[in-house]
Design a binder for this molecule. Structure first.
Ligand code: PMP
Length: 345
């Protein structure tokens, strides 16, 4: 399948001339940097960071086995989500299609950009109906957002269903893989090159333990990455983020060890939760959290807050009536939660 990015892009973005920063124009070693109106003192913080993030991107490319030209790095994966709207969706005209329930930022980014959202409900077990999703597409649909494993339900969507959507839809398909490290289903990253309309989002906020750093990734064909890079803030990743990212990426084993502990804790947590009389259902999860349907979500939430334990009350979200979403914490944190819940029986 071929894809004409220019046909999908907003007209003003197609013709946009990006800001060219001083550091874009010269990135080698100089004896005096007098080009960017920086203060000469307070090294190294006085200098603007690398707008192209070459060192960090190279490292990410090695770890993910993806060429640098197919990688966009942002201030969390929330940044590429917003940029995709700004690049491809004409305000007041275009729409996106997504699933319900799912990660709330797709709607916030859509509303911010005055773009309509067509939501297709998942089944009662949070399964995707690929045909219903494709039927919701209109001539003005520019992007389909899928989230797998899905937040807040926790389950992975079927790769075969997502594949069908990628193959049938003529616009962009974004697959948000924020929780992929906790999931037995395979990432789409190794087959990225086969699908010119595929955008994969990943993040360092979950398995890598770097939510505070704000570092997210988008992977796509070069022309899409080039567009996102053209409209981002020139210095969207600080010196600190880039340095710390490189440092933390040196130890991938640490991430794998954390995931092993979290998965073991997840199984323990599920077994415990299932036994409580106030729990109606513990939904199957492929992520580092679990969605739990209870008889009294608000009462349990309030009780836990009084115990200084914070979970996420999702009971007001459509299709999540009665549900709390519980992140899998450290063994100590999980034991504190279980002890508190024991106090309710
Ligand atoms: N996608 C999903 C599905 C998420 O749940 C989250 C955060 N909770 C994000 C993206 C955003 O992650 P980041 O911290 O990289 O902005």
């Amino acid at each position: 399948m071929s894809l004409d990015i220019n046909k999908l892009l907003r007209e003003n973005i197609r013709t946009l001339k990006p800001y060219s920063s001083a550091r874009d124009e010269f990135s080698g070693e100089a004896v005096a940097f007098l080009d960017a109106n920086e203060n000469p003192y307070n090294s190294p913080w006085n200098r603007y960071p690398d707008p192209r993030q070459v060192k960090l991107k190279t490292r990410v490319g090695e770890i993910k086995n993806i060429p640098v030209q197919n990688i966009f790095l942002g201030n969390g994966s929330d940044e590429p989500i917003d940029l995709l709207f700004r690049a491809f969706c004409e305000p007041g005209k275009d729409n996106i299609v997504s699933i319900n329930p799912t990660y709330g930022m797709y709607r916030v980014a859509a509303d911010t950009n005055n773009v309509t959202v067509n939501l297709v409900p998942l089944s009662v077990d949070f399964e995707l109906d690929a045909d219903a999703l494709l039927a919701a597409v209109t001539p003005d649909t520019k992007i389909i957002f899928l989230c797998s494993p899905n937040n807040p339900s926790g389950n992975a969507l079927k790769n075969s269903d997502m594949l069908r959507i990628i193959e049938k839809f003529g616009g962009l398909v974004v697959i948000d893989e924020a929780y992929i490290d906790f999931c037995p289903e395979k990432s789409f990253l190794p087959v990225l090159g086969q699908f010119p309309n595929l955008v994969i989002l990943q993040t360092f906020s979950k398995a890598w333990g770097m939510a505070g750093l704000r570092l997210g990734m988008a992977f796509a064909k070069e022309q899409i990455i080039e567009v996102l890079s053209r409209i981002k803030y020139p210095y969207n990743l600080s010196i600190l983020t880039q340095q710390k990212g490189i440092e933390l990426l040196a130890d991938e084993q640490q991430k794998l060890d954390w995931v092993t502990i979290i998965l073991k804790e997840r199984e323990k947590m599920i077994e415990k939760l299932k036994k409580y009389p106030f729990v109606v259902k513990v939904y199957p999860t492929d992520a580092n959290f679990v969605l739990v349907k209870t008889h009294d979500p608000r009462g349990i939430y309030q009780y836990l807050v009084e115990e200084k334990i914070i979970v996420r009350d999702r009971s007001s979200i459509s299709f999540c009536e009665g549900c709390l979403r519980i992140s899998i914490g450290s063994p100590e944190e999980n034991a504190i939660l279980i002890e508190a819940l024991d106090g309710l029986i």
